[in-house]
Ligand binder design. Structure first.
Ligand code: HEM
Length: 464
């Protein structure tokens, strides 16, 4: 048995079982809730600093056990859903994706649904997506002059919304329903609030708007599905993949399930990619040496007007290193949760049914025991000879094990394409103060406003 094998608990006196060390300073009843609300990441970091690889904190009467370090991550990520369940931990997402879809389905059903996405993530599809992302970025840049200013958070959120909705939802949403889609999507997002952890169907305005938006989105998807069936049009997008998919017993997805899966893919991939694109550019601007290397790689590659092909983008190693490093230092999903649905033992520690267990990519990636000079932005750590991302379960921006991100290749390609198009044409300068992380919300990004000045490559600065 390896040291990180998990075994369902046999008896209360199982040899070697002990309680995880508890973080000091919790108050009666509410535990560490106040510190969690004030400074979530600080609290997680303190748990690791005080308790080590395994530490326990208390939130609203619930024990949360934080696992940090490659061995601890592996022990957690390798657990079957019948022991540690993401579905039970992410219940607040069920009304957003829909009952019976993803976290709202039985684990085996969810696994089948996730499997249905694979054809949409194969290389032949990636070629199409690359063209779409490059075209969308070029179209957006068409309104830029030789020099100007943008607010980076808003710009990258808008751009990845166009690219993701084209690739995932298809051209109908992108072209004909884009305005209404933006509204319903916004209402769905605004329905993800902390109250959802208490009960996802409380009668509050945010949840009522969320449910109306989900119902309307279902109607919009049904209209498009019907129109596609009538016209015989076949898209090269996630929507088509899901329309063509079937369960092992031959049953097709219902429109409700298709809608839920599309929403799940949008939620998984939209903000995460938007903030990572912003962080990549910002970190490069803060590190001129790496910016120079990335810019030279891009400008050499596309100097002869080579198109932004899948192949040419796939080989942009310096650019990919920068994206990976931005993701390591600023993992957008800073906490990944599971709920224990039976008593078990992990790394020799007792985990009781009803406990939540967590890993924090943010805390893990700052650990000097795993990453040399962990706080330093150093894209070279992924180059041959170092390859720090290859150590199993050390680099966990995309999670790990059976629920590892399915869209990681798509995300990297999308961000590299945007960076290539931008840096091929423009130089950027960060205006204003240093950028902090925005800790509001479930996806961490750089705190707006982030003012950037762009100048077409080769233009001298305009005199003012
Ligand atoms: C930079 C962008 C992205 C980041 C940082 C990211 C991160 C993650 C992480 C950490 C998980 C694991 C969650 C957990 O274990 O609780 C995950 C799961 C997932 N991601 Fe991503 N993701 C990104 C982009 C995408 C995109 C673009 C898609 C779809 C096109 C996608 C689809 C998914 C799906 C379907 C899952 C659930 C897999 C499962 O539970 O079996 N992600 N992602």
């Amino acid at each position: 048995m390896t040291p990180y094998t998990v075994t369902p608990k046999q008896s209360p006196t199982t040899k070697g079982e002990k309680d995880p060390p508890a973080l000091r300073g919790g108050l009666p009843l509410i535990g560490h809730t106040r510190a969690f609300v004030r400074d979530t990441v600080g609290l997680l970091q303190r748990t690791h600093d005080e308790c080590g690889a395994v530490g326990k904190l208390k939130l609203l009467g619930k024990d949360i056990i934080l696992f940090t370090g490659p061995e601890a991550h592996e022990a957690l990520f390798r657990q079957p859903d019948r022991v540690l369940s993401p579905n039970a931990a992410y219940k607040m997402m069920v009304p957003v994706f829909g009952e019976g879809v993803a976290y709202g389905a039985e684990p085996s059903r969810m696994a089948e649904q996730m499997h249905m996405l694979y054809p949409a993530l194969r290389n032949n599809r990636m070629r199409t997506y690359t063209e779409i992302v490059a075209r969308e970025t070029l179209d957006t840049l068409a309104s830029w002059g030789d020099e100007g200013e943008i607010e980076a958070s808003e710009f990258f959120a808008m751009l990845t919304n166009y690219t993701s909705s084209s690739c995932l939802l298809g051209k109908e949403f992108r072209n004909e329903m884009s305005e209404e889609f933006a509204k319903v999507y916004h209402d769905l997002e605004r329905g993800i609030v902390a109250w959802g952890y208490i009960h996802p169907y409380l009668p509050i305005p945010a949840f009522r708007r969320r449910d109306r938006a989900r119902a309307r989105l279902g109607e919009m998807v049904s209209e498009i599905v019907e129109a596609r069936k009538r016209s015989g049009y076949r898209g090269e997008d996630f929507l088509q993949t899901l329309m063509d998919a079937a369960y092992a017993d031959g049953q097709r997805l219902t429109d409700h399930e298709v809608t839920g899966m599309l929403v799940a893919a949008m939620f998984a991939g939209h903000h995460t990619s938007a903030v990572t694109t912003a962080w990549t550019l910002l970190e490069l601007l803060r590190h001129p040496r790496f910016l120079g290397e990335v810019r030279d790689e891009i400008r050499d590659r596309y100097a002869k007007k080579e198109s932004y092909s899948f192949q040419s983008l796939r080989d942009l190693e310096k650019t990919e290193g920068a994206v990976k490093e931005a993701l390591r230092i600023h993992p957008p999903l800073f906490i990944l949760l599971r709920a224990a649905v039976q008593d078990c033992e992990i790394l020799g520690y007792r985990v009781k049914k009803g406990n939540w267990v967590a890993v924090s990519p943010l805390v893990a990636h700052r650990d000097e025991a795993t990453f040399e000079n962990a706080l330093q932005f150093d894209p070279m750590r992924y180059e041959p000879g170092r390859e720090e991302d290859k150590r199993p379960f050390a680099y966990i921006s995309f999670g790990g094990g059976r629920h590892k991100c399915m869209g990681n290749a798509f995300a990297l390609l999308q961000i590299k394409t945007i960076m290539a198009v931008l840096l091929h044409r423009y130089d950027f300068e960060l205006l204003g103060d240093a950028i902090a992380t925005d800790f509001q919300g479930l996806v961490l990004g750089p705190k707006p406003p982030i003012r950037l000045r762009y100048r077409r490559h080769g233009q001298s600065p305009v005199r003012r």
